[in-house]
Design a protein around this ligand. Structure first.
Ligand SMILES: Nc1ncnc2c1ncn2[C@@H]1O[C@H](COP(=O)(O)OP(=O)(O)OP(=O)(O)O)[C@@H](O)[C@H]1O
Ligand SMILES: [Mg+2]
Length: 179
Protein backbone atom coordinates (compact mmCIF):
# COMPACT_ATOMS: atom_id res chain seq x y z
CA UNK A 1 0.00 0.00 0.00
CA UNK A 2 1.36 3.44 -0.89
CA UNK A 3 1.12 5.99 1.90
CA UNK A 4 0.51 9.67 1.13
CA UNK A 5 0.98 11.83 4.18
CA UNK A 6 -1.18 14.90 4.50
CA UNK A 7 -0.52 17.41 7.25
CA UNK A 8 -1.25 20.96 8.28
CA UNK A 9 2.04 21.16 10.19
CA UNK A 10 4.60 20.22 7.56
CA UNK A 11 8.28 20.87 8.12
CA UNK A 12 11.21 19.87 5.96
CA UNK A 13 12.42 17.54 8.74
CA UNK A 14 9.08 15.76 9.06
CA UNK A 15 8.83 15.44 5.25
CA UNK A 16 12.31 13.88 5.05
CA UNK A 17 11.50 11.58 7.98
CA UNK A 18 8.22 10.50 6.38
CA UNK A 19 9.85 9.71 3.03
CA UNK A 20 12.70 7.85 4.77
CA UNK A 21 10.13 5.81 6.68
CA UNK A 22 8.61 4.78 3.37
CA UNK A 23 5.86 7.32 2.65
CA UNK A 24 5.22 7.72 -1.07
CA UNK A 25 4.47 11.44 -0.89
CA UNK A 26 4.13 14.24 1.62
CA UNK A 27 1.57 16.98 1.08
CA UNK A 28 0.82 20.02 3.18
CA UNK A 29 -2.45 21.88 3.72
CA UNK A 30 -4.02 23.97 2.31
CA UNK A 31 -4.30 21.42 -0.42
CA UNK A 32 -4.99 22.03 -4.05
CA UNK A 33 -7.34 19.27 -5.33
CA UNK A 34 -5.16 18.66 -8.33
CA UNK A 35 -2.14 18.07 -6.13
CA UNK A 36 -3.81 15.20 -4.30
CA UNK A 37 -5.17 13.73 -7.50
CA UNK A 38 -1.71 13.81 -9.08
CA UNK A 39 -0.10 12.22 -6.02
CA UNK A 40 -2.69 9.42 -6.05
CA UNK A 41 -2.21 8.90 -9.77
CA UNK A 42 1.58 8.67 -9.37
CA UNK A 43 1.19 6.22 -6.47
CA UNK A 44 -1.14 4.05 -8.56
CA UNK A 45 1.26 4.15 -11.52
CA UNK A 46 4.13 3.10 -9.28
CA UNK A 47 2.09 0.20 -7.91
CA UNK A 48 1.23 -0.88 -11.43
CA UNK A 49 4.92 -0.93 -12.38
CA UNK A 50 5.80 -2.91 -9.23
CA UNK A 51 3.01 -5.39 -9.91
CA UNK A 52 4.09 -5.75 -13.53
CA UNK A 53 7.68 -6.27 -12.41
CA UNK A 54 6.57 -9.02 -10.01
CA UNK A 55 4.60 -10.77 -12.75
CA UNK A 56 7.47 -10.56 -15.22
CA UNK A 57 9.87 -11.99 -12.64
CA UNK A 58 7.46 -14.83 -11.92
CA UNK A 59 7.24 -15.53 -15.66
CA UNK A 60 11.04 -15.55 -15.91
CA UNK A 61 11.21 -18.00 -13.02
CA UNK A 62 8.78 -20.24 -14.82
CA UNK A 63 10.54 -19.89 -18.14
CA UNK A 64 14.08 -20.29 -16.88
CA UNK A 65 13.56 -21.91 -13.50
CA UNK A 66 13.69 -25.62 -12.93
CA UNK A 67 9.95 -26.02 -13.34
CA UNK A 68 10.30 -26.12 -17.11
CA UNK A 69 13.09 -28.69 -17.21
CA UNK A 70 11.49 -32.00 -18.08
CA UNK A 71 13.02 -35.10 -16.53
CA UNK A 72 11.99 -37.73 -13.98
CA UNK A 73 14.92 -40.00 -14.50
CA UNK A 74 17.06 -40.45 -11.39
CA UNK A 75 19.99 -38.85 -13.25
CA UNK A 76 17.90 -35.72 -13.94
CA UNK A 77 16.73 -35.64 -10.31
CA UNK A 78 20.40 -35.70 -9.29
CA UNK A 79 21.02 -32.74 -11.63
CA UNK A 80 18.12 -30.80 -10.01
CA UNK A 81 19.66 -31.43 -6.58
CA UNK A 82 23.03 -30.32 -7.86
CA UNK A 83 21.55 -27.10 -9.33
CA UNK A 84 20.03 -26.33 -5.95
CA UNK A 85 23.20 -26.88 -4.00
CA UNK A 86 25.58 -24.97 -6.28
CA UNK A 87 23.34 -22.14 -7.53
CA UNK A 88 24.20 -19.63 -4.88
CA UNK A 89 27.91 -20.36 -4.62
CA UNK A 90 30.74 -18.69 -6.50
CA UNK A 91 31.88 -22.01 -7.90
CA UNK A 92 32.67 -22.31 -11.59
CA UNK A 93 30.37 -24.89 -13.15
CA UNK A 94 31.15 -26.97 -16.21
CA UNK A 95 28.06 -28.48 -17.85
CA UNK A 96 28.84 -31.04 -20.51
CA UNK A 97 26.60 -32.90 -22.93
CA UNK A 98 25.68 -33.26 -26.56
CA UNK A 99 24.14 -30.39 -28.49
CA UNK A 100 20.50 -29.77 -27.61
CA UNK A 101 20.50 -31.76 -24.38
CA UNK A 102 19.60 -28.77 -22.20
CA UNK A 103 22.96 -27.34 -21.08
CA UNK A 104 21.84 -23.74 -21.67
CA UNK A 105 18.56 -24.47 -19.92
CA UNK A 106 20.43 -25.69 -16.84
CA UNK A 107 22.85 -22.73 -16.94
CA UNK A 108 19.86 -20.37 -16.88
CA UNK A 109 18.22 -22.33 -14.05
CA UNK A 110 21.44 -21.96 -12.01
CA UNK A 111 21.44 -18.20 -12.71
CA UNK A 112 17.75 -17.80 -11.78
CA UNK A 113 18.31 -19.55 -8.45
CA UNK A 114 21.41 -17.57 -7.53
CA UNK A 115 21.71 -14.18 -5.88
CA UNK A 116 23.00 -12.94 -9.27
CA UNK A 117 19.50 -13.40 -10.67
CA UNK A 118 18.91 -9.66 -11.07
CA UNK A 119 22.04 -9.23 -13.16
CA UNK A 120 22.14 -10.16 -16.84
CA UNK A 121 22.66 -13.74 -17.96
CA UNK A 122 25.32 -13.50 -20.66
CA UNK A 123 25.84 -16.36 -23.05
CA UNK A 124 28.84 -16.65 -25.38
CA UNK A 125 29.75 -19.32 -27.93
CA UNK A 126 33.52 -19.54 -27.38
CA UNK A 127 33.92 -22.20 -30.05
CA UNK A 128 32.56 -19.86 -32.69
CA UNK A 129 35.22 -17.19 -31.98
CA UNK A 130 38.84 -17.16 -33.16
CA UNK A 131 41.28 -17.40 -30.26
CA UNK A 132 42.57 -13.86 -30.79
CA UNK A 133 39.08 -12.36 -30.50
CA UNK A 134 37.98 -14.40 -27.50
CA UNK A 135 40.13 -12.42 -25.07
CA UNK A 136 38.64 -9.07 -26.07
CA UNK A 137 35.11 -10.54 -26.10
CA UNK A 138 35.54 -11.78 -22.54
CA UNK A 139 37.55 -8.92 -21.08
CA UNK A 140 36.72 -6.02 -23.43
CA UNK A 141 39.11 -3.48 -24.87
CA UNK A 142 39.60 0.25 -25.23
CA UNK A 143 39.73 2.10 -28.54
CA UNK A 144 43.13 1.71 -30.24
CA UNK A 145 44.12 -1.38 -28.21
CA UNK A 146 44.74 -3.23 -31.47
CA UNK A 147 44.26 -2.66 -35.19
CA UNK A 148 40.55 -2.43 -35.85
CA UNK A 149 39.57 -1.56 -32.27
CA UNK A 150 37.77 1.63 -33.23
CA UNK A 151 35.79 2.07 -30.03
CA UNK A 152 35.68 0.89 -26.43
CA UNK A 153 34.05 -2.47 -25.92
CA UNK A 154 32.68 -3.84 -22.68
CA UNK A 155 33.74 -7.42 -21.96
CA UNK A 156 31.21 -10.16 -21.24
CA UNK A 157 32.37 -10.47 -17.62
CA UNK A 158 31.62 -6.79 -17.03
CA UNK A 159 28.27 -7.07 -18.82
CA UNK A 160 27.37 -9.97 -16.55
CA UNK A 161 28.36 -7.83 -13.58
CA UNK A 162 25.74 -5.30 -14.68
CA UNK A 163 28.27 -2.67 -15.85
CA UNK A 164 27.42 -0.36 -18.71
CA UNK A 165 30.76 1.26 -19.43
CA UNK A 166 34.45 0.61 -19.07
CA UNK A 167 36.28 1.89 -15.99
CA UNK A 168 38.51 4.79 -17.03
CA UNK A 169 42.25 4.20 -16.82
CA UNK A 170 43.91 5.88 -13.85
CA UNK A 171 45.72 8.52 -15.96
CA UNK A 172 42.45 9.62 -17.57
CA UNK A 173 40.73 10.31 -14.25
CA UNK A 174 40.27 13.98 -13.44
CA UNK A 175 42.84 15.27 -10.99
CA UNK A 176 41.49 15.93 -7.48
CA UNK A 177 40.36 19.51 -7.02
CA UNK A 178 43.01 21.76 -5.42
CA UNK A 179 42.10 23.93 -2.47
N1 LIG B 1 15.19 -31.52 -20.09
C1 LIG B 1 14.60 -30.63 -20.88
N2 LIG B 1 13.37 -30.17 -20.60
C2 LIG B 1 12.75 -29.29 -21.38
N3 LIG B 1 13.28 -28.75 -22.48
C3 LIG B 1 14.51 -29.17 -22.83
C4 LIG B 1 15.24 -30.12 -22.04
N4 LIG B 1 16.43 -30.31 -22.63
C5 LIG B 1 16.46 -29.51 -23.70
N5 LIG B 1 15.31 -28.83 -23.83
C6 LIG B 1 14.97 -27.87 -24.89
O1 LIG B 1 15.73 -28.21 -26.03
C7 LIG B 1 16.29 -27.06 -26.65
C8 LIG B 1 17.79 -27.12 -26.63
O2 LIG B 1 18.24 -26.99 -25.29
P1 LIG B 1 19.52 -26.14 -24.91
O3 LIG B 1 19.61 -24.95 -25.78
O4 LIG B 1 19.52 -25.92 -23.44
O5 LIG B 1 20.65 -27.19 -25.32
P2 LIG B 1 22.23 -27.06 -25.25
O6 LIG B 1 22.70 -28.31 -24.58
O7 LIG B 1 22.60 -25.77 -24.62
O8 LIG B 1 22.62 -27.07 -26.78
P3 LIG B 1 23.95 -26.48 -27.47
O9 LIG B 1 25.07 -27.42 -27.11
O10 LIG B 1 23.61 -26.56 -28.91
O11 LIG B 1 24.14 -25.09 -26.97
C9 LIG B 1 15.75 -25.85 -25.88
O12 LIG B 1 14.58 -25.36 -26.52
C10 LIG B 1 15.40 -26.42 -24.52
O13 LIG B 1 14.37 -25.70 -23.92
MG1 LIG C 1 23.63 -24.07 -25.36
Amino acid sequence: MSVILLTGYGTVESAVEAIRAGAFDFLTKPLIDQELEMAIQRALNQQEVLEENKNLKAQLDLRFGMENIIGHDHRMLKIFDMIDSIADTRATVLITGESGTGKSLIARAIHRRSSRRNKPFVEIACGALPETLLESELFGHVAGAFTGATGDKLGKFMQADGRHDLPRPRSARPAPACK
